[in-house]
Design a protein around this ligand. Structure first.
Ligand SMILES: Nc1nc2c(ncn2[C@@H]2O[C@H](COP(=O)(O)OP(=O)(O)O)[C@@H](O)[C@H]2O)c(=O)[nH]1
Ligand SMILES: [Mg+2]
Length: 291
């Protein structure tokens, strides 16, 4: 009914908000970095808080760990070995990534868990993810999609450093729409486990440059891009994490030097996650003092 005609006459809405909906201090990278380097955990008996990264293969988990390390070292590092051909290889071994800080290491560490692929024969067994939340998986454990960890793969006793203090879902902005029901089902299972353990949850939304041309051109458009906000809202609904706990980043993937704006988003996301993790550490400390 003349719909197409009237459509061509209406102005296409701008892809951009006039003002950013989240404030970002683009020129405060040094302060952010310093605050993270000097971060003191609320329990001085605990050396570090463990952050568990979970997500499908190819979402940028390894790239995020590398990007965090690169931001602190001031040069591109690839210790966590991101796969250049996505979708084919998995992180099969459970290992801890430390970030060097001069002679020492920073008070937060990462684990990258094998993909949350759909289908029973793919990805880590949700039981294994539950075990890693509880700090039970031994270092160098090899994930196997058809079996969960056996007794010999698990610790009989855990120290506070073995436990996870934040569960971070890594989701690619350009793949949110294609995420499969199976994956959400697995996430739901893990979320229930994390909630039972009172472990806070957050989302790192990667590949924002692939999703939005404005952002590809300038990362500073991250919070004025309507597309990115829409993706974050979509993530929030599907994963069940509030938008306030979703942090969009662009990971290092083809750059040869570190860049201020990429570092700012990465360090800001990290700061929020470390604070959330430390809140749990603080609660556990207070609870144990009450006993
Ligand atoms: N353009 C772009 N590519 C990314 C970003 N993060 C990761 N990648 C690429 O996405 C692919 C998968 O990343 P990877 O870290 O191996 O994912 P993992 O399987 O979750 O560990 C690699 O080709 C990365 O270079 C990003 O923020 N932007
Ligand atoms: Mg990986």
């Amino acid at each position: 009914m003349g719909g197409s005609e009237s459509k061509t006459q209406t102005e296409t809405p701008s892809p951009e908000f006039d003002i950013p909906w989240r404030e970002t201090l683009w020129d405060k990278k040094e302060v952010l970095e310093k605050n993270l380097r000097e971060f003191e955990l609320s329990d001085s008996n605990v050396k570090y808080v463990r952050i568990l990264l979970a997500g499908e293969v190819g979402t940028g988990k390894s790239s995020f760990i590398n990007s965090v390390n690169s931001a602190f070292q001031g040069r591109i590092t690839t210790e966590a070995l991101a796969d250049s051909v996505s979708g084919t290889s998995f992180t099969k071994t459970y290992r801890t990534y430390y970030i060097r800080n001069g002679e020492s290491v920073l008070p937060f560490v990462f684990n990258d868990i094998m993909g949350l692929e759909s289908g029973a024969s793919q990805g880590a067994d949700p039981e294994d993810i539950a075990k890693s939340l509880e700090g039970l998986l031994k270092e160098e454990y090899n994930f196997n999609p058809t079996n969960s960890a056996k007794k010999e793969d698990c610790r009989s006793e855990t120290s506070p450093e073995d436990l996870s203090y934040c569960l971070v879902y890594v989701i690619a902005a350009d793949k949110v729409s294609q995420m499969n029901q199976d994956v959400f089902q697995k996430m739901k299972h893990i979320r229930q486990k994390a909630s039972a353990l009172e472990i806070p949850q957050a989302v790192i939304m990667t590949r924002v440059d692939e999703e939005c041309p404005l952002v590809k051109k300038s990362l500073r458009k991250i919070y004025t891009s309507k597309k990115i906000k829409e993706k974050m809202q979509q993530c929030s609904i599907s994963v069940g994490v509030p938008v306030s706990h979703i942090f969009p980043v662009k990971n290092y993937h083809e750059e040869s030097d570190t860049q201020n704006d990429m570092d700012v988003l990465i360090l800001r996301a990290l700061m929020q996650i470390v604070q959330i993790a430390d809140d749990l550490l603080n609660r556990r400390k207070t609870d144990s003092e009450k006993l």
